[in-house]
Design a binder for this molecule. Structure first.
Ligand code: SF4
Length: 442
């Protein structure tokens, strides 16, 4: 009755798209068989169907409707496919798509006619154009990190981890062109350095990017071997493709030293040389079974019982990565809560995942020593506890390479340190700082 009235009101040529849950995911709610029957009944009154699932307010439904990193990409496609088999009108799928080839495959396989994108359009509003122009490699993938969704509450506007213009679109479109062509040296090929080089080159400057290792991406390279963080690794690829499409000279295996910087006689140095993981002076820290989180991510052998010291983002993700491999994992955190550096939307997701993978969490607990058999700690009451472990993983934060960065300060008229070498932060902070350093250069 409602759709009939809508059709009468808008006329035969106005498109009506009907969004429906393929599955409600709650007791007594719609299941796919019922949704399919409903779509068949409604087909004469609508032009297309858009098949989603669950609800955006309540856990764990939120993590199905707004897929986070722990969901497979395109995880609702099977629901659209079931509707598509039953109707002739076009069917849209949605849910974590961020890769053009995967979208192409979903349509080509006949499971859906249209792919709906939400956050991916914030991450890279040019995705469709890049696809049309054969530049798919340059598409920045949405990280499904919910920084945008949390941003409104934290910053008063949306912000995006990979697109530094989100939340200030009006402001950034009126930035005047650079006054003159400058020679810019960028130290460090992590996300901040790459973004600075891309933005500076797009503004017509001459840019040389120095990276002391043999690869770009900096700290993000850990994501290559962590399945639920792999989109960060893809981000490096997209930024590298952008860099290669621009007249930027990239020098790998070359640190920007003061000697090189002085020889180059540049106008500006942007320093983005990052930070080092902190190695706390616990008794026993140098034992063979103690690993830094980055060593675990790079594939160092890990025993069956693991204690992760540090319950921030890196510690939690390392713990989950190991728990998913079937290991028995505990987290020791000295603060009253874990995930203190996660956005509030994700802090909830991490807690659900920790529960799901049965990771034990000891908050208000301080490590006092690492022994051959595990970790000695003091709990909230000051009582000693012992956690047996075959491997102990350290993840207690980062320390800026400020001193090394400052050596470049007087090697050019302008020196702009950014990102982790100023203050350790997340990808969003590094990319935004890189963009600002290059974009607001007069
Ligand atoms: S903030 Fe994160 S989730 Fe939101 S659009 Fe950007 S990358 Fe995607």
């Amino acid at each position: 009755m409602v759709l009939k009235k809508i059709r009468e009101a808008v006329g035969p040529r106005f498109p009506i798209d009907f969004r429906i849950n393929g599955r409600d995911g709650m007791e007594g709610g719609l299941e796919i068989e019922e949704s399919v029957e409903i779509c068949k009944i409604l087909e004469p009154y609508v032009d297309s169907f858009h098949v989603s699932s669950c609800f955006h307010m309540f856990p764990p439904h939120q993590d199905i409707m707004q897929s986070p990193i722990f969901q497979p990409h395109g995880h609702l496609l099977h629901l659209a496919a079931a509707v598509k088999q039953a109707v002739k009108k076009p069917v849209t799928t949605v849910g974590g798509f961020n890769d053009l080839a995967m979208m192409e495959e979903a349509v080509a396989s006949g499971k859906a006619d249209i792919i709906a994108l939400g956050r991916q359009y914030l991450a890279d509003p040019d995705i469709a154009i890049k696809g049309q122009l054969g530049r798919a490699a340059e598409v920045r993938p949405c990280q499904r990190c919910a920084t945008c969704q949390s941003g409104r509450f934290t910053f008063g506007t949306a912000r995006c981890a990979v697109n530094p213009t989100i939340g200030r679109e009006y402001e950034t479109q009126f930035i005047p062109p650079a006054k003159g062509r400058k020679k810019i040296l960028v130290a460090g090929g992590g996300p901040g350095g790459m973004e600075a080089a891309i933005t500076a080159a797009e503004r017509g400057h001459d840019v040389i990017l120095y990276e002391k290792s043999g690869v770009l991406g900096g700290a993000l390279n850990f994501a290559e071997h962590v399945p639920f963080k792999h989109d960060l690794f893809k981000l490096i690829g997209a930024m590298e493709a952008q860099l290669r499409s621009l007249p930027v000279t990239v020098k790998l295996n070359t640190a920007l030293t003061p000697e090189i910087a002085l020889q180059e006689n540049a106008d500006v140095i942007i320093s983005a040389i990052g930070a080092d993981a902190i190695r706390p002076p616990f008794p026993g820290i140098d034992k063979d079974h103690v690993l830094m989180a980055e060593e675990v991510d790079k594939g160092a052998p890990v025993g069956d019982r693991v204690v992760v010291i540090g319950g921030g983002l890196v510690g939690i993700e390392t713990a989950l990565h190991l728990a998913q491999q079937g290991k028995e994992v505990s987290i020791v955190e000295m603060l009253p809560d874990i995930a203190n550096d996660a956005n509030f939307r994700y802090a909830r997701t991490y807690r659900w995942e920790i529960e799901k993978w049965k990771v034990k969490v000891f908050t208000n607990t301080r490590c006092s020593a690492i022994t051959d058999a595990g970790v000695e700690a003091l709990n909230a009451s000051g009582d000693p506890i012992f956690l047996p472990a075959d491997t102990v993983v350290i993840s207690v934060g980062m320390r800026s390479r400020e001193e090394e960065s400052e050596k470049l300060r007087f090697c050019a008229p302008r020196f702009i340190p950014i990102g982790n070498c100023v203050r350790p932060g997340v990808v969003k902070d590094a990319i935004r700082a890189g963009y600002d350093a290059a974009m607001f250069l007069d």
